[in-house]
Design a protein around this ligand. Structure first.
Ligand SMILES: [Zn+2]
Length: 311
């Protein structure tokens, strides 16, 4: 079933577990949402009046941007580490969703997007009676910081070319180039790729109290010669692919699915957020479009696994 319509999920679904940075326990429940409402987080633990506990997933609400992506509303209510869910939503084309959360941080789950994509494939997606809106990039946009850069170029689909370089480590230089990012390509290439760090960084991260919930169950940790995770890598170039996953998630803070080619090197959340602000700093950089003829974008049906679905 092809669609040019906006998408939400068929049924509600929940995820829970430890949070990476604060080390607390949190639970989220994703609810289907009407057309033109976008992706919104709702802090159900907040005592603020109705409406003030809503945090729209939009680049205007981005706050801190070093280790993870945090958004905050006008009432100082925030939610952090949203990028792995946002990546799954972006690639599955889910435009509208209300996410109840009982804490200020998302559960890290296994450090990837795989639990989200597995759930979406199982419960299925639903078309809504409104045209899907894409953010189409019209001009090249570039942001740089030292040797890191993000270049965003016009394209009729979302594609990404991401390079990382960690000299003198076993990660080294890696690249991932993924065209036509959608539910199938994301599930096959990026969804299972975990967040990562180095054994040599752990003391510093721990002493700064920023990975209180971190463990080998939710992060890939590289020692000098191999991973501390006994099972090793899930796929070749898992670190580069995870960075691409993060970028796909951060880009969805544009507020609509994005049509652009992304070229990034040694970038992180902070530079990707800067790229979003750069896009919107000039109205001639972008336009919102709807599709009026058949494309290869396809909706997943409930109960079909990704590998067998006709995507
Ligand atoms: Zn990540």
């Amino acid at each position: 079933m092809n669609s040019f319509q906006q998408i939400t999920i068929n049924n509600s679904c929940s995820f829970e577990g430890v949070t990476l940075h604060s080390g607390e326990y949190s639970k989220i429940t994703l609810h289907p949402s009407p057309a033109n409402t976008g992706i919104k987080f709702k802090r159900i633990d907040s005592k603020l009046p109705k409406g003030q506990n809503i945090i729209p997933a939009n680049f205007k609400n981005i706050r801190s941007s070093q280790l993870c992506t945090t958004i905050e509303n006008d009432y100082n209510l925030s939610v952090s580490t949203i990028e792995h869910l946002m990546a799954a939503l972006h690639s599955y084309g889910i435009d509208n969703l209300l996410i109840d959360i009982d804490s200020s941080e998302m559960p890290i789950l296994d450090g990837s997007s795989i639990e989200f994509t597995n759930a979406f494939s199982k419960i299925g997606l639903k078309e809504l009676k409104a045209k899907k809106r894409y953010l189409k990039i019209l001009k090249n946009v570039e942001v740089k910081r030292n040797n890191a850069y993000v270049r965003i170029k016009p394209s009729d689909e979302l594609s990404i070319n991401y390079t990382i370089d960690y000299p003198n480590t076993i990660v080294g230089k890696q690249n991932i180039f993924l065209e036509n990012i959608n539910a199938a390509t994301f599930s096959n290439s990026l969804a299972e790729c975990r967040t990562f760090t180095f054994e040599s960084e752990l003391d510093n991260l721990r002493s700064n109290g920023i990975i209180k919930g971190g463990s080998l169950d939710n992060a890939l940790v590289f020692g000098n010669e191999k991973t501390l995770n006994q099972e090793g890598l899930r796929t070749i170039n898992e670190p580069a692919k995870h960075k691409a996953l993060d970028a796909v998630g951060d880009l969805f803070l544009a507020g609509n699915c994005v049509m652009a080619h992304i070229e990034a090197s040694c970038a992180g959340h902070s530079l990707m957020h800067a790229a979003l602000h750069e896009i919107f700093s000039d109205p001639s950089n972008w336009k919102i479009i709807t599709l009026s003829e058949k494309t290869d974008y396809t909706i997943l049906s409930g109960e079909l696994s990704v590998s067998t679905a006709n995507l």
